[in-house]
Design a protein around this ligand. Sequence first.
Ligand SMILES: [Zn+2]
Length: 453
Amino acid sequence: MTTLLIKNAEALVSMNETCEILHSVDIYCESGIISRIGHDLDVVAEDVISGSGMYVYPGLINTHHHLYQTFTRNLPGVQNLELFDWLRALYRIWRGLTPEMVYYSALTGLGELLKYGCTTSVDHHYVFPRQAEPTLIDRQIEAAAELGMRFHPCRGSMSLGESDGGLPPDDVVQTTDEILRDSQRLIERYHDSEPGSMCQIALAPCSPFSVSADLLEQTALLAREYGVRLHTHLAETLDEERFCIEAVGMRPLAYMESLGWLGPDVWYAHGIHFSDEEINLLAQTRTGVAHCPTSNEKLCSGRALIERLLHAGVPVGLAVDGSASNDCSSMLAEIRTAYLLHRMAMGNQAPTPADILELATKGGARLIGRPDLGSIEEGKAADMFLVNADTLEWVGADFDPASAPATIGLHRPVDYTIVAGRIVVKDGRLVNIDETAVARKARELSRRLCSGR
Ligand SMILES: [Zn+2]
């Protein structure tokens, strides 16, 4: 049994039902679960962290990512493109992905997320080049386990190549049979639905413009047979809306509805271009949205109407999206971007700084179906991060610890990240891997991928 005690934390931002903030408390974790929170607990633990000057927050939950894109960030040739042209240019590079590249890009992206307070991440891997092994997601799961991170990989897919009117080149698409067979294999091998689970699989055809209707429909049936969740990109750009209207005569959400893609087990990345009626439909069916503000800004896709989605009762989480459309994997940076973006657009109608922290914690937990995550309470999974407020940058943070990540922001790695009661980041460095060695190898592989060698 692993035990961990955080002794006398200066402030605990619990994100519990009433969003209580506790002061001078101990947090005791046993076997991955928060077992007691209180003053001067009479317990002995294997690991003890001094909470002096420390603010403790629930671990952040990233609800959408493409880890392999970590190797293609900051590429000069695509910086000024918008989604469809950006994708066409990058598919030419991504077709060279190997299992080793997928493994190292996962170590890189997940490692960066951990260093900035994220304890659970989704990934959406949908590029399966014909020449590579189909076991790319297995390599990501290996990387997450090595880092000690909670991981929700989505088995992505593309079945509609250029010759069939889709966007991706033909040599990165797979047949419906290949996709469904591998989806089933991954669920049976890795999906653990128990509380405290470290790995859950979701099924995630890439987007309406890269897969067939048949694949979308069959994927939904398979997911429901196994009780796993469904995810895809939707309502990201007006190009996508035009594509759907021209190809199937329906707006994107109506098209997905016709294929069985609404419900509390479905969440969409982006959700920018929804009408009021569509927002109501999402709310009624409890279909969720992963909000990716930095990616939406970078690709000029538009602003998701988060204030309306939240007002209607749509489940909303926060996400960094792939590193080629964000160029970093920091949920803390995402919190600040989200706060400022909506504040500028909506003034006092915008979500508050604490609302944004809620999206990144409880909101994400709801989106991915994890009632055991998202807050620091007895009985919940022991996922959290600690920030030392005895630093120049955080002077003044005391007035409102729940708002500080959005208003002040944290522009350095956190002091500690804890996943399932285990310390995985200490003093801003990953505990379980040699960061410098991984960075060197990852840079070499990134150069190899981008030069097409
Ligand atoms: Zn994406």
